[in-house]
Write a protein that binds this ligand. Structure first.
Ligand code: MRU
Length: 316
């Protein structure tokens, strides 16, 4: 089942706020509902947001009206993952060719997502197997699986590919505060695939690494800056520090659409700050709810994309 799809002229997406209890889809044919679904993380994860942006512009192209103004609001629904803006812009570039051309471009982006992530998954699995040489125990964070993409995940795509090639040991999953993308979504995906896994609280991730339980950290990314800094779900940076201390690889898996050469470094990326109520409940006390953090390039062992493996050097 695809996380996001185009069915009968509408966007059909799995409502991730209801997982793991209920597997239900939302059928969306207006832009306000799509923007709302993005903001409340019914659809989330950088590559899936790219596809949502692309299909959203295709929807706008069909409906008419001030497509560019609506597309600008869609593009800004969440600021950090570059894929959303990338998907919107790629389809907007076809607007003058008419609604059929915009839809064709959006469908191409959606179908390419599966192929590209599959490609990076097997490239990453081969790299880890060659480097580590025995079934690889992995520490991951957030959800960078099929639910964050269309079908094949990025970091969890590598885990799945390791599993298919008998190269996988155990997977440690950070619960991923505050919205529990690890405990709710990653654990659900791994269970579906029969992959052995254990959930730990976020603050235990570095200890999992320090105790030698993980051979590698494998995570996704929301944006990779030109200098190789990696922006990903809050709580990624401590894993990178722990991996460096323990001398294990810190691997980032992302499609090329997540690489943003227009942004020089992590300091220039807008980090989404979400509602304090997600942490402390409504109106109780103040909280600073950063949704993402920056892992400096020098802590990243390798970035695996659908086209290449980048080893701690400037991109380009
Ligand atoms: O807030 P989210 O759930 O959209 O954050 C998602 C992440 O941080 C993922 O790790 C990232 O988008 C990569 S998904 C392949």
């Amino acid at each position: 089942m695809r996380t996001i799809d185009w069915v009968d002229g509408r966007i059909s997406l799995i409502d991730q706020t209801r997982l793991p209890d209920t597997l239900a889809t939302l059928e969306i044919d207006d832009i306000e509902t799509l923007i709302d679904a993005i903001r409340r993380l019914a659809v989330r994860g950088a590559p899936a947001l790219g596809v949502a942006g692309a299909l959203g512009v295709a929807l706008l192209g069909k409906r008419g009206g001030d497509v560019r103004a609506d597309a600008a609001r869609l593009r800004a629904a969440r600021p950090t993952a570059v894929n959303l803006a990338w998907g919107v812009d790629r389809v907007l570039a076809k607007l003058d060719e008419g609604p059929d051309a915009t839809l064709a471009e959006a469908l191409l982006i959606m179908n390419e997502d599966i192929r590209r992530n599959r490609e990076l998954a097997f490239r990453g699995a081969a790299w880890l197997t060659e480097r580590i040489g025995h079934p690889v125990n992995v520490q991951t964070h957030c959800n960078a699986g099929g639910l964050a993409c269309v079908e094949w995940g990025t970091a969890l795509g590598i885990v799945r590919a390791l599993g298919e090639t008998d190269g996988l040991g155990h997977v440690y999953v950070d619960e991923t505060r505050p919205l529990l993308q690890g405990a709710r979504l990653t654990a659900w995906e791994l269970a579906q695939q029969g992959i052995p896994h254990t959930v730990v609280v976020d603050s235990a991730g570095p200890s999992v690494i320090a105790r030698g339980l993980a051979d590698a950290v494998v995570v996704g990314a929301d944006r990779i800056a030109a200098n190789g800094d990696v922006v990903n779900k809050i709580g990624t940076y401590p894993l990178a520090l722990a991996a460096a201390r323990a001398g294990i690889p810190f691997v980032v898996a992302a499609p090329e659409s997540t690489v943003d050469l227009a942004t020089p470094d992590g300091e220039h990326v807008e980090i989404e700050i979400r509602d304090p109520a997600e942490i402390v409940g409504p109106g109780k006390t103040n909280a600073l709810n950063f949704a993402f953090d920056v892992t400096p390039a020098d802590l990243v062992t390798a970035i695996i994309t659908d086209e290449r493996i980048i080893h701690g050097k400037p991109l380009g």
